[in-house]
Design a protein around this ligand. Structure first.
Ligand SMILES: Cc1ncc(COP(=O)(O)O)c(C=O)c1O
Length: 395
């Protein structure tokens, strides 16, 4: 336990940290599995998982061992050199995504940076400069990623952003109206996490694949939140029976170590040429060794299957509460959105925190949970008990 109190640290945070985030909900000290403890020793069940990042939970021995081993060899070399960790990770991602022998991987340090790489890549598609993105989408905060993000409130203070982006409603009709031979790429989240865990309409991705193929448009999927096993398949598009031209990953891939990746399929892999894109840290030995350990553990412990099964179990249990506050349960695997009948999501999150449960409210009528993929019956039972009490306290 820390010797400094939450109150002291929160005050120091308020004085020292840039005002980009709100007041912290707690000051955390350590974690183990699906649990974290604050500096006063209070234990919390972490059903947010660092916003869909901590795929293996906290302090997982396989991840700790891989990071420690890599740190004692070296942490970083420049991209003038290759390392085994980096090549192994690229090959594993090509296998798991299905991009295979004609695929290529670019490593970045975050989701935003990986999206930025995908956005730049789209400029190389036949000289086209128009890109389609969805209303209410989230792709990151850099000037390019923000240009793709379909949330006016986030965009407007920073305009003018990168030009050429057209936002459409997420409907097949809007898709059919906009895709033509002038479009370079379309960027889609298979499930809109930041919007409150909103799934695509039936047939949307299939139709997007047909139209993009017909018109030479790159189909870029933002799987930053949905990828690496979270939705009960390695990648969410695998549940839609399509393959994209590019997929963007981050979050769960490193299990908490910052890493992003852009993976291209087929001819799209030929677009970038030497010198056209780069990064100092992207794909360094530390980040790629961590991601290798995360993917190996997800694969050997069948955490993709666990995400699928536990997701169904959770959805049934949440609906089984019969709470008048719960309108619907959305999402796939362990990315779950709970739609509320009243705009009290912030109150539910605060009540849950008091009870020792960490969840999140992407907006006033949605609760999001994205627990570690390792959760089992005990964590689910504890979540349901605390969540039911948080709902009661917020009605
Ligand atoms: C779908 C999606 N895209 C992009 C991002 C940006 O990723 P990062 O915060 O790692 O830059 C996020 C982060 O929440 C996301 O959920």
């Amino acid at each position: 336990m820390s010797t400094t109190s939450s109150t002291d640290l929160t005050a120091r945070y308020g004085d020292a940290m840039m005002r980009t985030f709100g007041t912290p909900q707690a000051v955390l000290d350590r974690g183990d599995g699906a649990y974290v403890w604050d500096v006063e020793g209070k234990k919390y069940l972490d059903f947010l998982g660092g916003i869909a990042v901590n795929a293996l939970g906290h302090a997982h021995p396989a991840l700790v061992e891989a990071i420690t081993r890599q740190a004692s060899a070296f942490l970083h070399v420049s991209n003038y050199f290759a390392t085994e960790a980096q090549v192994n990770l690229a090959e594993t991602l090509l296998r798991l995504t299905g991009a295979g022998d004609t695929g290529r991987v670019f490593f970045a340090n975050s989701g935003t940076e990986a999206i930025e790489a995908a956005f730049k890549l789209s400029r190389l598609n036949q000289g086209r400069t128009r890109v389609v993105a969805m209303n209410n989408s989230f792709h990151g905060r850099s000037m390019g990623a923000l240009a793709l993000t379909g949330k006016p409130a986030l965009r407007e203070p920073f305009e003018p952003l990168v030009p050429g982006v057209i936002h459409i409603d997420t409907t097949i009709e809007a898709l059919e109206a906009v895709i033509d031979d002038t479009i370079a790429a379309i960027v889609i989240e298979p499930i809109k996490g930041e919007a409150g865990v909103i799934e695509l309409p039936d047939g949307f991705l299939k139709r997007a694949r047909e139209l993009t193929t017909e018109h030479g448009v790159l189909l870029i999927l933002d799987e930053i939140q949905t990828g690496a096993g979270r939705t009960g398949s390695w990648f969410a598009y695998q549940q839609h029976g399509i393959e994209p031209d590019a997929v963007v990953l981050a979050k769960g891939l490193g299990g908490g170590v910052p890493i992003g990746a852009l993976i291209t399929f087929g001819d799209t892999s030929e677009l970038f040429h030497p010198g056209q894109h780069g990064t100092t840290f992207g794909g360094n030995p530390l980040a790629t060794a961590a991601a290798n350990a995360v993917l190996a553990e997800i694969e050997s412990a069948d955490l993709v299957g666990n995400a699928r099964r536990r997701g169904e179990q959770l959805k049934t249990a949440i609906l089984g509460l019969g709470s008048p506050l719960v309108a619907e349960v959305r999402g796939a695997g362990l990315l779950i959105g709970i739609g509320l009948t009243e705009p009290v999501a912030a109150r539910v999150v605060a009540a849950a925190l008091t009870l020792g449960l960490i969840i999140n409210a992407p907006n006033e009528t949605s609760i999001r949970i994205a627990p570690p993929l390792i959760i089992g019956d005990d964590e689910i039972a504890e979540f349901i008990t605390s969540f039911a009490r948080a709902l009661e306290a917020s009605a």
